[in-house]
Design a protein around this ligand. Structure first.
Ligand code: OVM
Length: 402
């Protein structure tokens, strides 16, 4: 008897991952995606989605087959003009990616940033003292998650004081722009020219204070490690990816502790858990939810062939909650080992600023743990919608002093 030949078919869904209802709560959609198959064709955007940890990990680490230079959003730079000159880090492949990455990796590496710890810890204590001593309800998004990165990061870059309020809206738009041209992108569009002009003007050598990350990037150009043309674009990466990401990651960890008082008690008992708690919050909430890649040649994944030039949508957030990889994936547990999460990506493009993010989080969490016995909600949290980022626009809180 001849074996029945089944035609291999790829799962297919009509839902739009960037629709407001999905962005509001992406978890049910992510579960459907993971369960539909290893590769799922999304008809709305004609892209192939990966939502299981194993396959997201493969796409992130195989940079030869899954390129970044054609853009890591829905737009395909092989055919479409990018909204701004491509990033030399995010939107580049080896060999062009290598020198910028090596230079920035050294400037933002664990050893290089140790000098910042004491001052940042002090700033965090001041900020926490302010909200605790006031004794009233406060919004943890504006007063902690935004206030802390805005206080320490632009100074560390060497940015002048003027115009810093442009940083958050610029970053928010850049992350929206990875998605389809929907209402979120349209809402940002009227300000793009002005925001971009400000950001680009801040990347010039003479605008960056001595001693900062920006000056260090220009020093690398003087040494010939990168060219003078590359330096301003590498500074631009810091200003694009360095603020909104950490704001939403801090919002995630604050929300996690407000909803898990037992976990807050554990952190209070042992402040050394602050770092792993932050990574667990990044796994649990995945502030950066998605990135795209582009197939180089016909690429086969789990029996599905993605044609050359096809866009692949990687669901970092879904991979970080894949029950095939994690025990109790929906549980925020600061005693698990979350270190293999893909919230910072994986492979050659893994977040170059992750040590900065961890240092900011550690300073803020330890300052809070020193002074706060309990974190409670004083109102209903509100989501901030973005095509790529998952975060909060408001976290009304009150704290009980220790
Ligand atoms: C960049 C960059 C890097 C990571 C994320 C990102 C807007 C941008 O190099 O400009 O999101």
């Amino acid at each position: 008897m001849a074996a029945t030949q089944t035609t291999p078919t790829t799962a297919s869904l009509d839902e739009d991952p960037f629709a407001p209802q999905v962005l509001e709560n992406p978890l049910p959609f992510q579960a459907r995606l993971r369960d539909a198959g290893a590769v799922v064709h999304l008809r709305r955007h004609d892209v192939h989605a990966l939502a299981r940890y194993e396959h997201v990990h493969t796409a992130l680490t195989d940079w030869q087959a899954f390129q970044s230079a054609a853009g890591v959003g829905l737009a395909n730079f092989r055919h479409e003009k990018p909204w701004r000159p491509p990033s030399l880090l995010l939107e580049a492949d080896p060999p062009l990616h290598d020198a910028p990455r090596t230079v920035l990796g050294a400037i933002l590496g664990p050893r290089a940033i140790r000098r910042l710890r004491e001052a940042w810890a002090q700033e965090a204590r001041q900020l926490v003292d302010r909200v605790v001593d006031r004794g009233t309800e406060f919004d943890a998004v504006t007063e902690l998650a935004q206030a802390f990165p805005l206080r320490v990061f632009p100074d560390a870059v060497g940015l002048t004081a003027e115009g810093r309020h442009h940083l958050l809206p610029y970053g928010d738009h850049a992350f929206n722009a990875f998605g389809p041209p929907n209402a979120l992108v349209a809402r940002g569009a009227p300000r793009v020219a002005q925001l971009s002009a400000w950001i680009d003007s801040r990347c010039a050598r003479e605008r960056l204070a001595p001693g900062g990350f920006g000056a260090a990037i220009w020093a690398a150009a003087d040494r010939g490690d990168i060219t003078e043309d590359q330096a301003p674009l590498i500074v631009r990466s810091l200003l694009t990816a360095g603020v909104d990401t950490t704001v939403h990651a801090l919002g995630a960890v604050l929300y996690a502790f407000a909803t898990h008082p037992d976990q807050w008690r554990r952190l209070r008992e042992d402040h050394r858990l602050a770092r792993v708690a932050f990574d667990e919050a990044v796994r649990w909430e995945s502030p950066v939810q998605t990135f795209f890649r582009t197939a180089v040649g016909d690429v086969e994944i789990a029996g599905t062939t993605i044609p050359d030039g096809g866009k692949i949508l990687m669901f970092l957030g879904a991979a970080n909650r894949d029950p095939r990889r994690w025990d109790d994936p929906h549980t925020f547990d600061i005693e698990r080992d979350p270190s293999a999460h893909v919230g910072f990506g994986m492979g050659i493009h893994q977040c170059v600023g992750q040590h900065i993010a961890r240092l900011e989080a550690e300073c803020l969490l330890v300052a809070l743990a020193e002074r706060v016995e309990r974190i409670d909600f004083a109102g209903t949290p509100r989501r901030h919608l973005n095509n790529t980022l998952r975060g909060w626009s408001s976290l009304p809180m009150r704290v009980r002093p220790a």
